[in-house]
Write a protein that binds this ligand. Structure first.
Ligand code: AHR
Length: 497
């Protein structure tokens, strides 16, 4: 077979920095993400620190989470932050109407979230309530968190046990305001955005990066209106897109489906992210040619039917090697658009949708998606290198996808990291990588790969290490050329130097 997978990396042509925030996360008061996933409470038998489970924090620290978005999602536009501060036993209970109608006891609130961010050494990204909250409420939340002097909200924070103001950079003004965040028209939300953000103040040296709620998938008109009417008031503009192999309302498909058609369709839908970013960016370019405003993809990932027998409102799904490929492809797309995409937040960190971690009581497992985040962390804040990929077609039932996807960066120690995905579920792919412009010969090369024998391979509480990274040596080096043979359905990272 003639080998057509060819990758040229111009190692001396730099394409800017891959913002580490592209490797960000999203955790909502939804199902067992916050409660059970992070928060077990101070009386729990599960090992914890001040109510936050230790095993989850330890595991997440290993993937260097740069930023964590909270409390929603749809929950954000129903959340009244004042109900979530003060002595826990006095906190108001509410119904989580979006997610299963369960009782929310507000035990995990602002102080607990900030404590979690400290433990994870991650930047908080808080999403405020526009849909059912007032301007005053939003304004006071920012004052409560960031005002460092004498004021009603700062004093209340101190009474609640926190003397120093927190640093808060990222703040979202509403979520999906075209849907669960108020069913608004873009013109109406643009005006509300202008108004609400006016009262999101910078106190002292805390400078808030304000993020406007953006479009649903390919609603380009929303982007057009928001950019036209409110660009000067925003630092970031969010978009959301989920990878759903089937139809969102008629049947999404199941995480553990092993059919080749579901495999192919999922990867095809994942690659659609590239078109969405390209088209939304084009509109943003019209109003913001300097690219001052960051595109913030603050919800992405696979969305399947829930695992049979679980609460339909909890969005609990398993996670397979297919999810790993979806993650790898998304990162490559985000890298390619790193001039505009400044942050992305996978939905959601624990027990919900495309999770890194699944828990069952005191047990915890890492998913294939977790492993991709861990392998790809070398790209965080690294310099993106110019890359050209010529891939063979991977075909199924007359449809085509490129078999291989790749990205390359140089880290601050001068090491070159190349990530590769082989989308083909049946066949290995051989890739010729030409490294042009290297000052020296190709030095030492090491590699790791995540792969599996079945399209639905996953980890379980009984077999937690079924899918995990292995050392990878299936490559040869000759002068400035590397020939790599990627196993079927695999994600690999090679490090040179
Ligand atoms: O992540 C689940 C939900 O998906 C979020 O709450 C909402 O913003 C989106 O529709």
């Amino acid at each position: 077979m003639v080998n057509k997978n060819k990758v040229i990396i111009n190692t001396d042509v730099e394409k800017g920095t891959i913002n580490k925030n592209i490797y960000g996360h999203f955790s909502e008061h939804l199902g067992r993400c916050v409660y059970e996933g992070f928060w077990v409470g101070e009386d729990s038998n599960i090992p914890h620190t001040n109510g936050i489970r230790n095993d989850v924090v330890e595991a997440l620290k290993k993937i260097d989470i740069p930023v964590l978005r909270w409390p929603g999602g749809c929950f954000a536009d129903e959340y009244h932050w004042k109900d979530g501060v003060g002595p826990r036993e006095n906190r108001k209970r509410m119904v989580n109407t979006n997610w299963g109608g369960v009782v929310e006891n507000n035990h995990f609130g602002t102080h607990e979230f900030m404590m979690l961010c400290d433990m994870l050494e991650t930047e908080p990204y808080i999403c405020g309530n526009v849909g059912s909250g007032t301007v005053q409420e939003m304004s006071e939340w920012v004052e409560y968190m960031t005002f460092d002097g004498e004021s009603p909200m700062a004093n209340w924070r101190k009474e609640n046990g926190r003397e120093d103001a927190w640093k808060l950079k990222y703040f979202g003004v509403g979520n999906e305001n075209w849907g669960c965040g108020g069913n608004m028209r873009p013109e109406y939300y643009a005006d509300l955005y202008r108004r609400y953000q006016t009262y999101v103040k910078n106190f002292g040296d805390n400078k808030v990066y304000k993020i406007a709620g953006g479009a649903n998938v390919d609603d380009y008109n929303w982007t057009e209106v928001l950019m036209r009417e409110a660009a000067q008031y925003m630092d970031g503009y969010s978009i959301h897109y989920y990878t759903v192999p089937g139809d969102f309302w008629e049947g999404k498909g199941f995480a553990l489906d092993s059919s080749e058609s579901e495999w192919f369709m999922t990867l095809k839908k994942a690659l659609h992210m590239d078109e969405l970013i390209t088209k939304h960016s084009k509109i943003m370019d019209k109003y913001d040619p300097e690219k001052r405003i960051g595109m913030i993809v603050d919800e992405w990932g696979t969305w399947f039917e829930v695992e049979p027998g679980t609460n339909p409102g909890f969005l609990y799904q398993q996670n397979t090697i297919r999810d790993a490929l979806v993650a790898g492809l998304h990162f490559h797309i985000f890298h390619d658009h790193s001039d505009r995409v400044q942050m992305a937040n996978i939905a959601q960190t624990v027990n919900v949708l495309q999770a890194m971690i699944l828990t069952e009581g005191e047990k915890m497992i890492l998913t294939p998606t977790y492993h991709v985040f861990e392998m790809f962390k070398v790209h965080q804040d690294a310099t993106k290198l110019d890359i050209h990929v010529e891939a063979e077609n991977y075909t199924l039932n007359g449809e085509e996808l490129p078999a291989v996807s790749a990205s390359a960066s140089r880290d601050k120690n001068g090491k070159l990291n190349i990530s590769l995905c082989n989308l083909n579920h049946k066949e290995e792919s051989t890739v010729k990588l030409q490294l042009r412009g290297l000052a020296d010969k190709v030095g030492s090369v090491t590699g790791r790969v995540l792969t599996a024998d079945e399209t639905n391979a996953h980890n379980t509480f009984e077999n937690p290490e079924n899918v995990k990274p292995q050392s990878f040596e299936n490559f040869t080096v000759e002068n400035d050329e590397l020939t790599v043979t990627l196993p079927a359905m695999s994600v690999a990272v090679l490090t040179i130097g």
